[in-house]
Design a protein around this ligand. Sequence first.
Ligand SMILES: Nc1ncnc2c1ncn2[C@@H]1O[C@H](COP(=O)(O)OP(=O)(O)O)[C@@H](O)[C@H]1O
Ligand SMILES: [Mg+2]
Length: 481
Amino acid sequence: MKAWGRLKAFWRRGSTNRYAVEDIFTPNKPATHTYIERTAVDELLSKALDTPGKQIVIYGESGTGKTTLVRNKLAAKDGMLIWTRCMSSMTFRDCLIDAFDSLEVFYDLQVRDRSTTSKSRKAGGNVKLVQGESTRESREEHEVTSQRVLPPSVTPARIASEIGTIGASWILEDFHKLPLEQKKGLSQVMKIFMDISADYPSLKIIAIGAAGTAREVVALEGEMKNRVAELGVPLMTESELRAILTAGEDLLNIQYDKAVADGIVAYSSGLAGVCHQLALNCCLAANVFETAETGVRIGWKAFEKAILQYIEEESDTTRGLFERATKTTRERKYDNRRIVLRALSRFGFAEGATHAEMLSSIRQEYPEYPPGNLSHYLDELRGEERGALVVFDESAGKYRYASPFFHVYAHAIFATPLADKSQVETGVYPSIETLVDQFRSALQKAILGMGDADSIEVRVRLDGKRQRDHQEPGTEPETRL
Ligand SMILES: Nc1ncnc2c1ncn2[C@@H]1O[C@H](COP(=O)(O)OP(=O)(O)O)[C@@H](O)[C@H]1O
Ligand SMILES: [Mg+2]
């Protein structure tokens, strides 16, 4: 009945809004039209936002939807945002300066040098609110033209009250990247924010970090622990991923074949970003660039192209991440990182493996391998500095690759015994052919029951470049209803 209702709507679509496909499937920016509310974490965030004085730490692996959640939630509340993007080279003081810049209160030394008059503007009157991506631009611009200093009279308390005056929230994105020592500043500043919350009830700091626990984002001290809401954003469930596809289908007047939708969901493995990318690639492969006038069905052929395009685009990035992950500066008894990554690739991608399972797998080859090494390197490989190839699913207590493509890639490069690691060291990485082959068999396993996965036709030239089926833009999509 439900399916029939959808089908009718699919046929009937006429003169409603038209959207560009890139505005619907947004792998590299926060989703708006296809934003899916994630009830549990959404509610917790609302509650924390509505509790005067409550400060917030949001954590979760990269790509689980933290930024999108905060954007959508605060946009719905009409909240004004000061958005500071943290980097590993920054001190906490730099973060304060960044917030200060956003309030347009800084001495422009160049101007002062030229005119010998100091220039300072009081916040509150002429405030430039920084919205997301523009933060970096404005920062880079400032770095070229001026040397920023925090005038001695500007204390964290003053910044807090300036932000409070304009009713804004201060978002510290990627806070986990700050060096450990620098993170301590946040705990103190959160306390200042709390203390003046009687005057400014909506004043908030929201620290966002790509990490498995809130503690990895910021180590909070004593009394702060109870007064800060720590919200974990988990990987997306299958039904949430499907909801993204359905929302996109309605807005673009398309319909993914069941096998295609299943394939996208299976290969997204909880990461909304991958789901958006595959959904987008499918549309482009089927020549759907905007909302279709008459319904378009997206079939297996489009999915096949979408996947190949994804692998082509990903393989350079993935290669770079593996290089970063496995780089060693010192010769040790064990080639730990490779041993760990290789062991993980032996388990099914979706299932992952517990610490114990991985240890017993490694010990078949290295009977004395110490469990402490495994813990240490698993942790390290989850970190962005090592490419964040591995994630830990806390609810299942299992580790796995952060994306199926990493899994496939690992499988391909570690298929030879570790003794032959020179292959990796000399930069002889698998060709696209090998990856595609690996991918095909992984795909067949992952989407059992679809039957026609066998029919994937992959044309690969020996130089590793895929022969594209040239389809001029504007030609008819493959299936019209
Ligand atoms: N609730 C959601 N509904 C739909 N798409 C989402 C949602 N959350 C995230 N996404 C998509 O997932 C990708 C990653 O989201 P992002 O917020 O950048 O993750 P994070 O900040 O945790 O790394 C983006 O493409 C975004 O559009
Ligand atoms: Mg983010």
